[in-house]
Design a protein around this ligand. Structure first.
Ligand code: HEM
Length: 462
């Protein structure tokens, strides 16, 4: 039948649309294109083309795993230089994905995650203590301190390793190497291949950073082998787990790939979520008041426990609404398994990379109405949330889709709930600069840029 051409902005020969993208904020450029072209558009980068999809209806089609599968292109392909076929960056047909998935899924079950609560609590308390000691006259660099929190939590819970980030102004060398490695992976994916020779020293540093990441993970693995424990953490699952399908265990190099993968995948996203959540609370005093009231009623002034986690529906709704408006992974990639027709009219060739522009589909007015761009946690309370997802499937996708959805979601959720509760219980927060307006910092994930708060202790620290 007839098909409709997919709109595409005109580009330069060879470079295509590469120069239309703001290197410091690619997402902003993509949102501009979405506003201009609507539900679908195509960008070309030096011989590579990507089709962007921006509405709930079309994204619902892309979530059909019979027709589309995760694509490992652009920056993710570059991240493979450091972590190969680890869980996040593996192509679906690579055997190490299935093995790691089957071996690690049980380690993310409800009992395992609940078992991590005491260690999560310990790191969250360290943050509260730091902010209490700083006092209300100190401007807190919100994203940096949440990044310290999420990294230390992940490393402690997953592999019994302490970065002790609150005790150093300088981040641990692993953390600096990881940040630089991710930024450079993104930059490499936007540079045409033939320019590589102009980036000699960047390349050298890139491979040195990968060396630091792998050496650190190797040391953690070696230490565990030399001092076996009966801890039931991710590292134990990786070392001892036997794949039900193949009867095999993960190789040492696959364990190293996955240790680094968890440190990467498991910290920036949650740190961004917490930072955006506090930004939204400060911008919406009524939501802030309700959140603090819920914490006061449920947790009182005593220690926060695992039982409290199930009793914080309003805080949960705040986290969901934050991830709707500010998805920390704003774009997810898939590719067509066969020749396809999307939306009944757009021809998509087999293998075509497509991008789910979550930052746009999450504000689709068909789903969220006239208030789509407003922060309204009430619409994310369980009942409303379930109704929305039933009526508009795949309208809220911050954790990805299907088999390749986020394995760490229960981990992130428990950690974020606990931290929100503990901080709201102990402090009143203010903007450091009341005229602050939201700007984004984008690496592989997004975060609020230059966002500072002040923390005023409410009573004593609990
Ligand atoms: C996958 C988001 C926290 C580990 C994903 C994907 C998304 C996502 C969108 C799919 C990516 C794709 O399709 O290419 C988030 C968000 C988080 C979060 C928004 C926090 C708010 C975590 C945590 C961990 C983690 C805490 C580890 C403990 C992973 C892994 C995958 C993944 C290993 C790959 C799974 C697979 O392909 O089998 N995440 N994530 N994430 N996430 Fe998360």
């Amino acid at each position: 039948g007839m098909t409709t051409p997919i709109p595409s902005p005109p580009g330069l020969p060879i470079l295509g649309n590469a120069t239309d993208i703001d290197p410091n904020f690619p997402l902003g450029s993509m949102l501009d294109f979405a506003n201009k072209y609507g539900e679908i558009f195509q960008l070309n980068f030096a011989g590579r083309s990507v089709v962007f999809v921006t509405t709930q209806a079309l994204i619902h089609e892309l979530c059909d795993e019979k027709r589309f599968q995760k694509g490992v292109n652009a920056a993710l392909k570059e991240v493979r230089n450091g972590v190969h076929d680890g869980l996040f960056t593996a192509r679906i047909e690579e055997p190490n994905w299935g093995m790691a998935h089957r071996i690690l899924m049980p380690a993310f079950g409800p009992m395992s995650i609940q078992g991590m609560f005491p260690e999560m609590h310990e790191i969250a308390s360290q943050l509260a203590l730091k902010w209490a000691r700083h006092g209300s006259s100190t401007a807190i660099m919100v994203t940096d301190d949440f990044t310290r929190l999420t990294l230390d939590t992940l490393a402690l819970c997953a592999m019994d390793f302490r970065f002790n980030s609150y005790y150093h102004d300088e981040m641990h060398p692993f953390i600096t190497a990881m940040g630089d490695f991710l930024t450079e992976s993104g930059a490499r994916s936007r540079r045409p291949g033939f320019t590589a020779m102009f980036y000699r020293s960047a390349n050298q540093k890139y491979w040195e950073d990968i060396g630091i990441l792998r050496k650190t993970a190797e040391d953690v693995l070696k230490a565990r082998k030399e001092h076996p424990t009966d801890r039931k953490d991710l590292l134990s699952a990786m070392l001892n787990g036997v794949d039900t399908k193949t009867g095999k265990k993960l190789s040492d190099s696959s364990i190293i790939d996955n240790l680094i993968t968890f440190l990467i995948a498991g910290h920036e996203t949650t740190s961004g979520l917490l930072s955006f959540a506090f930004y939204q609370l400060l911008a919406h005093p009524e939501a802030y008041r309700k959140a603090q009231q819920e914490v006061d009623e449920v947790c009182g002034t005593g220690a926060i426990t695992i039982e409290h986690m199930k009793k914080l529906p309003y805080i949960s709704a705040i986290l969901r609404e934050t991830l709707r408006l500010c998805p920390t992974i704003p774009i997810v990639g898939v590719e067509a398994k066969n020749d396809e027709v999307l939306g009944g009219k757009y021809h998509i060739p087999k293998g075509q990379p497509l991008a789910l522009l979550l930052a746009k589909s999450h504000v689709d007015p068909t789903v969220y109405g006239e208030t789509a761009n407003e922060f309204i946690p009430e619409r994310m309370l369980d009942e409303n949330f379930d109704r929305l997802n039933k009526e508009f499937p795949d309208c809220w996708k911050p954790f990805g889709n299907g088999m390749r959805a986020c394995i760490g979601r229960p981990f992130a959720w428990q950690e974020a709930l606990l931290v929100m509760a503990m901080l709201l219980q102990n402090f009143n927060f203010l903007h450091d600069d009341p005229s602050y307006t939201l700007q984004y910092k984008q690496t592989l994930t997004t975060k609020p840029k230059d966002f500072y708060m002040r923390a005023v202790l409410r009573n004593g620290l609990t």
